[in-house]
Design a protein around this ligand. Structure first.
Ligand SMILES: Cc1cc2nc3c(=O)[nH]c(=O)nc-3n(C[C@H](O)[C@H](O)[C@H](O)COP(=O)(O)OP(=O)(O)OC[C@H]3O[C@@H](n4cnc5c(N)ncnc54)[C@H](O)[C@@H]3O)c2cc1C
Length: 505
């Protein structure tokens, strides 16, 4: 191991301190490298978007026996009342291909999927506890929970629990962390990357390293880049998570010749409380999310439906529906539910800071939907109610085929008439989660230049890697992506740095 010295040379510098960065730091340290983590945020806001998550991971699993390895304290009752299902590598790969419209980089998708279970085992060994993700990815129906959509477990304590446990593991292994340290450029010589220039307050400082891992997020919190790359209107989106992911890592790498890759004009964005603050609030975490639209209908300012609320399991639609909401007049809409489905609404519908109205009649409800044409809203609800396929049984845990007939915009599953009071409606807008465009990496996590050659000593992982998600995203793949590629990049960066160190000595 090459310890950090007075000249501040580390084997590996990891830029960022979210899930991808901490996995990279742990993996590099496992190789014996000295590691410095640079976190732009102050300590109390550390952990990037990863801290704001619900902590759900999408991984390959073979059912109960596999899940028990991650949650050994499952009770007999939980086992008896739960169908964990099975999620094969082939299903995961199919989901990646389908939701990205067959554009996902096949090599990177293979790495993500084939390493998912083993990486989860590795994270757990590092000290991250997991619990089943009841209530969000499995509803109690007919007395049993049946998991759907490939996300079965989440970190105990959600994103904050995950990041805290990863920080503890890193500190235990001797990883150094500097808070309030913003990386501003890469030190770059003839032999490749040689370190990082940082800014702390007004001071600039150069820190040398034998390898650098960029894991400092996308550009979702950069209003100007959002408008430039995602297009008009994206300046108005609310940011679901950290304010610190402004594309610095992408810019620093492009400045030295890295290749831009992936879907630069698209982002993960979803239904988010209309009155949520401009950036995420760590006290609220993910609770401004409003993902229960498959149980109801959604109306825009004209009082019209504009998307198929039941097109698929919510894990496969929520990340693209924010974009459609942003295109609506006033960038908002209302989600409507009746009393039959209120028990299916996720916990995030039961928090205090929420844009919600309730009513005992539909006439009263539509008058309360601020900004919406009430007469058209009432007509839309009645037209929807008349189109529901009553003869098909409702089942929230599978795509039940209970759709609508004859509507210009169908609801393909879980269609129930909105006709039993009390009624509830929730005002939502577009919340951006992370951007899809970024850097191109090799299958060893190396950042590639425009000629497809690795930029020596430079690695990347997490949100700022392009080519994995296009157009849409399967829920729970963001943390898995950061963990798998963070571990990979950290391992190779550590090996390369130690190779260098040995050559030098
Ligand atoms: C509200 C919300 C809920 C989500 N829920 C889930 C979920 O349940 N499951 C899931 O899989 N995904 C979820 N996601 C997506 C997930 O958060 C991301 O895909 C993933 O966490 C990204 O990890 P990362 O390490 O690449 O980036 P981040 O966790 O965002 O980390 C980036 C880090 O870089 C730092 N940084 C930025 N610029 C600099 C700089 N110049 N110098 C130094 N440091 C810098 C930041 O401060 C931060 O520490 C959610 C996201 C949000 C916002």
């Amino acid at each position: 191991m090459n310890a950090g010295t007075a000249e501040q040379t580390y084997d590996v510098i990891v830029v960022g301190a979210g899930n991808a960065a901490l996995c990279a730091a742990l993996a590099a340290r496992e190789q014996g490298a000295s590691v410095l983590v640079l976190e732009r945020a102050p300590q109390e806001q550390r952990g990037g978007n990863s801290s704001y998550t619900a902590g759900g991971f999408r991984m390959v699993h073979g059912g109960l026996d596999d899940i028990r390895n991650f949650v050994p304290d499952l009770s007999d009752e939980e086992i008896a009342n739960t169908d964990f299902g099975v999620y094969t590598a082939e299903e995961y790969l199919d989901d990646m291909a389908r939701v990205t419209e067959y554009r996902t980089d096949p090599d990177l998708a293979e790495i993500l999927v084939r390493n998912s279970t083993d990486t989860m085992r590795w994270i757990r060994e590092k000290g991250v506890p997991f619990v089943p993700k009841y209530g969000k990815n499995a509803f109690k129906h007919g007395g049993r929970f049946k998991f759907f959509g490939g996300v079965v477990i989440e970190a105990r304590g959600g994103g904050l629990g995950l990041v805290d446990a990863e920080f503890k593991a890193a500190e235990k292994l001797g990883v150094a962390v500097r808070y309030g340290a913003r990386a501003v450029s890469l030190l770059h010589g003839e032999d490749g990357v040689e370190g990082v220039r940082i800014r702390t307050g007004r001071l600039h400082e150069d820190i040398r390293a034998r390898a650098v891992v960029l894991a400092c997020g996308g550009f979702e919190a950069n209003r100007e880049w959002r408008t430039r790359y995602l297009g008009a209107g994206w300046d108005l989106a609310k940011v679901r998570g950290t304010r610190y992911n402004t594309g610095d890592g992408i810019r620093m790498a492009l400045d030295i010749g890295a290749q831009p890759y992936g879907h630069w004009s698209c982002a993960h964005a979803c239904d988010w409380d209309l009155n949520a603050p401009e950036y995420g609030d760590l006290n609220m975490g993910d609770t401004f999310s409003k993902h229960s639209y498959p149980s109801g209908i959604v109306l825009n300012a004209h009082g019209l439906r504009f998307l198929d609320e039941g097109a698929d399991i919510r894990n496969y639609t929520y990340a693209k529906y924010g974009r459609i909401i942003l295109q609506q007049p006033g960038q908002f809409c209302w989600q409507l539910f009746d009393s039959k489905v209120l028990h299916l609404l996720r916990n995030s519908y039961h928090v205090k800071r929420i844009t919600k109205v309730t009513a005992n009649t539909l006439e009263e409800l539509v008058e309360k939907l601020e900004g919406v044409n009430p007469a058209q809203a009432l007509a839309t609800i009645k037209e929807f109610n008349a189109a529901v396929m009553d003869e098909v049984a409702f089942d929230p845990n599978v795509k039940d085929g209970r759709g609508t007939r004859g509507l210009a915009i169908p609801k393909s599953n879980w269609a129930l008439a909105i006709d039993e009071s009390p009624f509830e409606a929730y005002g939502v807008t577009c919340g951006i989660t992370f951007t899809f465009g970024g850097l191109k990496i090799s299958t060893r996590g190396e950042v590639l230049d425009i000629e497809e050659q690795p930029i020596p000593n430079l690695y990347a992982a997490g949100e700022l890697v392009g080519g994995i998600f296009y157009s849409n995203y399967p829920g729970g793949a963001g943390l898995m992506n950061g963990a798998v590629f963070g571990r990979l990049a950290g391992e190779h960066a550590g090996k390369r740095a130690l190779g260098h160190a040995q050559q030098a000595s």
